[in-house]
Design a protein around this ligand. Sequence first.
Ligand SMILES: Cc1ncc(COP(=O)(O)O)c(C=O)c1O
Length: 393
Amino acid sequence: MIGREFLHAPGPTHIPQVVLNAMNRQPLDLVDDRLKEIAKSCFEDLKDLFRTQGHVFIYAGNGHGSWEAVLGNICAQGDTVLVPIVGHFAHEWADHARALGIKTQTIEGDWRRGIDPARIEEHLRRDTDRRIKAVLAVQVDTATSLSCDVQAVRRAMDAAGHPALLVADAVASLGAMPFEMDAWGVDVAITASQKALMCPPGLAIVAANDKAVQIAQATPRFQRYWDWNTRIGDEYYTKFCGTMPEHHMFALRAALDLIKQRGLEAIFRSQRMLSGAVHQAVQAWSQAGALTFNVSAASERAVTVTTVRTAAGIDPDRLRTYAREKLGLMIAGGLGKLGGSAFRIGHMGSINEPMILGCLATLDLALKELGLPHGEGAVQAAIAHLARERAAG
Ligand SMILES: Cc1ncc(COP(=O)(O)O)c(C=O)c1O
């Protein structure tokens, strides 16, 4: 492909050059103070990102690794968790729990709107013998692009007077939108390196408060790698249960520096603005009746990814393949029950106006070249939105 390829999947995302460069070096000796300093500062800065005074654990892993780390620490086999199903990733998380021998109860949603917190409260009130050990809440379900109110889940739990732990999946949201672990009463939160953190895939990251760590200490386990107990302490070899994934940590250090330089508020504002441009374009495309937002309420649309449903007779995967192979634009497909009837535009992390406009204009071109029905003026609508927002500062 001549020119650049445009990666607009919702993870892995575009990696800034400075982060790539940070990995282009020889490993350091494990006892080298420079390595310890990098690791120490990453742990500290991640606490700031999660907005917690709790503990942070970093694993060589991915989002699934974070799920497993949490479940293995706070649950024994036979324990029960409650999962509000806002999309494919919530569904998969529940499935992951079952595979580990944990019982699940679910609250099913329609994947287009968030779960009413009153349903969570009601469900927990009915759990009179307090079997439910944790509520697993996904902040942004990357498959549906539903953005969920994690704080409302905590309020529902408190209203029911239920002692379960609140565990939040912030894989597709941390570093792109507000997340207040301590202030919102989240006991455990997870993320992964390859999304808004702008790093290569390969790190699973977990934050846990004292309450969760105490529960973990009292929970019988059969695995060691994920164990928080062995990772608490100052010895970096045990913090990583062995050799630190050094190059991923070099990348993380560079990415966290970038985040600090920009500042979280500026990043959140930019994410709102750029996602707004995507939403304007989808709104324009949807005028022809063949493409539509998966998430009906604008207020529940994620700032990190947008899922677009396609009408019967339109094959989203043909659009994706065409965009990738003929135009060098990579977008993602529908997942789970949205497979074959949706595509997804990722817009988080290291992303700016030219990238978003390039993505939208290229998608518009692909729709035209394939003769797929779509409303006109999508790119103009996106530009108008950006101009308005930028002028408003
Ligand atoms: C919200 C969410 N949770 C968990 C995962 C699983 O992450 P991974 O693919 O890194 O295992 C993903 C992946 O996209 C995700 O979007």
